[in-house]
Ligand binder design. Structure first.
Ligand code: PLP
Length: 392
């Protein structure tokens, strides 16, 4: 007998992976230069040189047994201290090393945090458009994912819908800002309003509702926009962070959970996050990368190439008549499908080997996602197709 839920998750590829594989097949037939693949969020800016220098430095200078051995489950203390110092310097925060649990990227960290909070009948709220993996993360933890819409077209939060969705079973609201797929960054005003609502509802229900802040894109912001430090606005915040996008290290699997000291039941909550990681087979995050990142916490990405792509695409598409969410962060454009159905538009685009992800799985079937971590040349050559498609 096989667990049918796990079978379904493993056997059915995500729509994004499906499209990516299709692109590879088409590339073998028509040539890679003729496939305009905007499907996958794999960073296209190489990791800063400092990362490779740190890898060499660690290998040269540190004892091999220590570099490649197990670390403590929550991670090396020097790394946690370096992350705490960096966050405190940048945000005037009060992070302590013991509030940090070094994990293997935002995805498994989210699973640990959700499991730590999953009790009988628990509900987790996501604001659409949302990262589709939240659904298996929540449902495999025994929880229910409740989706509320964004306030379209500004893609902040629809507070009336959120208020209606909150109830005594709500354990947490999952936020993702800068957002995949919308590229939206929540403003401080939105976050303050959210904090006030969650405080009021927590008091009404006699229980604490947490924020789970999924932040792999925190540093990927453009045009002078900054992503506010959410634990500074809402005391009861858990942050899931990774260096996958900010340092272009998605294959290295390294990040952290931050359980703010101000969270209700902080010590038990931190222990439950560690326990959930343990139950999921976590032993420690990659040891070499822990040493490397301890030397790189102050490195920031050079966003010039993403920013240039963002401006080129958003300006060209707007001039053709497309409407889109304001692209302030991450590396995605979320564009309204001409005709109203992103699935139909994406099929139409596929006929020209232009691969666009329909927003259905993100909870917004009228929009499609463009991942602009691609070469400038690909964008330039694809623009006539976008212009043609809106006129078809
Ligand atoms: N959350 C969001 C919104 C993402 O877009 C991604 C990856 O694309 C993740 C989490 C997972 O990232 P990681 O590589 O840190 O596990």
């Amino acid at each position: 007998m096989i667990n049918q839920n796990m079978y379904a998750l493993g056997a059915n590829r995500s729509c994004i992976r499906e499209l990516f594989e299709y692109g590879r097949q088409r590339a073998a037939i028509v040539g890679p230069e003729n496939v305009f693949d905007y499907s996958l969020g794999n960073p296209s800016i190489p990791a800063p040189a400092g990362v490779n220098e740190a890898i060499h430095g660690v290998l040269r200078e540190m004892d091999s047994l220590a570099v490649h051995g197990y670390t403590s489950a929550p991670g090396d203390l020097p790394l946690r201290a370096a992350v705490a110092d960096d966050l405190n310097a940048r945000y005037g925060a009060h992070v302590r090393p013991q509030d940090l649990f070094i994990g293997c990227g935002a995805a498994p960290e989210l699973v640990s945090v959700i499991r730590a909070l999953a009790v009988e009948h628990s509900e987790f709220i996501a604001v659409a458009p949302f990262f589709p993996e939240y659904r298996p993360f929540v449902e495999s933890s025994g929880g229910k994912l409740v989706v509320v819409p964004a306030d379209i077209p500004n893609f902040q939060i629809d507070f009336a819908a959120l208020e209606a969705a909150l109830n005594a079973n709500t354990q947490a609201v999952i936020l993702n800002s800068p957002n995949n797929p919308a590229g939206t960054v929540y403003t401080a005003e939105t976050l303050r309003k959210l904090a006030a609502l969650l405080d009021a509802k927590s008091a009404e229900f006699g229980k604490r509702i947490y924020i789970i802040s999924d932040e792999p894109y925190r540093e990927l912001v453009y045009g002078g926009v900054t992503a506010p430090w959410i634990p500074g606005i809402y005391d009861h915040t858990l942050v899931c962070y990774s260096w996958s996008k900010s340092l272009s290290l998605p294959g290295e699997r390294i990040g952290y959970v931050y359980v703010a000291e101000t969270c209700a039941d902080h010590d038990a909550l931190y222990a439950a996050v560690a326990g959930a990681a343990r139950a999921g087979g976590h032993v420690c995050a990659p040891s070499l990368m822990q040493k490397v990142i301890a030397r790189c916490v102050s490195l920031r990405p050079d966003l010039e190439a993403y920013d240039a792509n963002r401006r080129l695409l958003s300006e060209a598409l707007s001039s053709y008549g497309y409407e889109m969410a304001k692209p302030d962060g991450a590396f995605y454009l979320f564009v309204k499908a001409p005709g109203g159905s992103a699935a139909a538009f994406s099929e139409q685009a596929k006929r020209h080997d232009l691969l666009l992800v329909p927003g259905d799985d993100f909870g917004c079937p009228e929009y499609f996602r463009i991942c602009y971590c691609v070469s400038r040349d690909l964008i330039e050559r694809s623009l006539p197709l976008f212009e043609k498609l809106i006129r078809e």
